[in-house]
Design a binder for this molecule. Structure first.
Ligand code: GUN
Ligand code: ZN
Length: 440
């Protein structure tokens, strides 16, 4: 990746069709929830959005030093926000899925072992951030491994590229191979030190990261809850109710808890800025409790297909007002592309005889993610003063996409074509703080 440099270059404005969201369009695609300018202008100054609106209104008042760049046959929108992904699993993508617990033992844990080596961690972190940028993802909530060097390497790379990232050191103190275990006390000390070093530095945030209830003792979950109380502004991430065998195991390990979610609740891990990956096999009380606590679910459709985990219930989440965003969950998810992931989310809804309208899908991949991370005052929409992380999607990226979008009459039709046929080839530009990222 070539770093965004040279802030002294002329300020720029981008002329294109521009889309962003103000709230959840819902299943009815509420027209007040988004703004779309067929001929829009986004001007950037000092890495922030200076103005955004119709080109005809903004061009006359544009300062004379601003260079205007035109993106024909494109839609410009906020960068994607991927709310659940594992950078150390980049080299696990496409492994034989079977089901979650076998996949962890056979492929994932051995791959994570290598992240005690800082050189390996750096190499993978650089590749991973390139891959995110190529796919138009400008912010992600990321699992590292249990090893401190995996966290240091990731944050150092993200800071170098000025990307807004959330990440944390995985906590696991039981039911795992020795090479990934660390006592609850050592895990707490390492988390505290990493959190104090990295949370709020550059564009980085720290997430307290117990892997899942099955690999943390009660003592470890308690210490994670204590850290969450001591650092109310940092984030929390873990896995929840992904797979039936996993759920039965957690029930055995925590017989006193009412449900899998209740395990986390008992240790103070449910609150806003907490993101729970999967949330497939929940009941109505769990969803109500998620909504009440302010925690958000990460819907990982591609991962859930690959591991055969089940179908996230969008209608039940909506009925309970449980917020959710969409995430790739690489490496159980097999693509870094949020477009492909939205295509899978659409198919999950279809299989359940529900519906995911395309405008809502793009909300879930942008502003919903920023909200889940408590970052919607900085990213996820393109209002003046927001950080200028945005992408340009090319409606002519492939012959088939060009052919289909040329026939589309509405914005929703174009978006559905992009999420049905699109991937990294559609992302013609990724901009971090207003500077285009060049990926080799
Ligand atoms: N549950 C616990 N760890 C993991 C993981 O690495 N990936 C997925 N998909 N589920 C998990
Ligand atoms: Zn995961």
């Amino acid at each position: 990746m070539v770093l965004p440099t040279d802030p002294a270059t002329r300020p720029k404005a981008h002329r294109a069709a521009i889309l962003h969201f103000r709230s959840d369009p819902g299943t009815r695609e509420d027209p007040a929830s988004f703004e779309f300018f067929e001929d829009g202008l986004l001007s950037v100054r000092d890495g922030l959005v200076a103005a955004m609106g119709p080109a005809s209104e903004l061009l006359p008042g544009l300062p004379s030093d601003v260079e205007v760049i035109t993106h024909p046959d494109s839609i410009l929108m906020p960068g994607f926000v991927d709310t659940h992904i594992h950078y150390p699993q980049t080299d696990v993508i496409g492994s034989d899925g079977r089901q979650l617990l076998d996949w962890l033992q056979d492929h994932t844990f051995p791959a994570e072992r290598r992240f005690s080596d800082p050189a390996h961690a750096h190499e993978v972190a650089e590749f991973f951030l390139d891959e995110l940028a190529r796919n138009g993802t400008t912010t992600a909530m990321v699992f590292c491994t249990v090893h401190r060097p995996s966290v240091e390497a990731f944050f150092e790379s993200a800071a170098k590229h000025r990307m807004r990232m959330v990440a944390g050191k995985v906590l696991m103190d039981r039911n795992s191979p020795d090479y990934l275990l660390e006592s609850a006390a050592v895990g707490e000390r390492n988390t505290r030190e990493l959190l104090e070093k990295w949370h709020g530095r550059d564009r980085l945030s720290y997430a307290i990261t117990p892997r899942f209830a099955a690999t943390s003792s009660a003592d470890q979950l308690q210490s994670a809850g204590l850290l969450a109380r001591q650092f109310p502004n940092c984030l929390i991430q873990t896995h929840l109710a992904e797979n039936p065998a996993e759920i039965a195991w957690v029930r055995q390990l925590f017989p006193q808890a009412r449900s899998y979610l209740d395990v986390y609740d008992r240790y103070g891990l449910l609150r806003d800025r907490a993101v729970y990956a999967h949330c497939i096999h929940l009941d109505a009380s769990d969803r109500a409790r998620m909504a009440e606590s302010g925690a958000a679910a990460a819907f990982c459709p591609s991962s859930n297909f690959h591991l055969g985990s089940g179908l996230f219930d969008i209608a039940a989440a909506d009925a309970a007002r449980m917020p959710f965003s969409v995430a790739t969950d690489v490496g159980a998810g097999c693509s870094f592309s949020m477009l492909r992931t939205l295509g899978d989310a659409y198919r999950v809804a279809q299989l359940a005889h529900q519906h995911l309208p395309p405008l809502r899908a793009f909300y879930l991949a942008t502003l919903a993610g920023a909200r889940a991370l408590g970052l919607d005052n900085r990213i996820g929409k393109l209002e003046a003063g927001m950080e200028a992380d945005f992408i340009v999607l090319d409606l002519r990226a492939t012959p088939l996409i060009a052919r289909r979008t040329a026939q589309a009459r509405t914005l929703a039709e174009k978006l559905l074509i992009l999420m049905s046929l699109g991937d990294d080839r559609v992302v013609s530009g990724t901009y971090i703080l207003g500077q285009e990222v060049k990926v080799s």
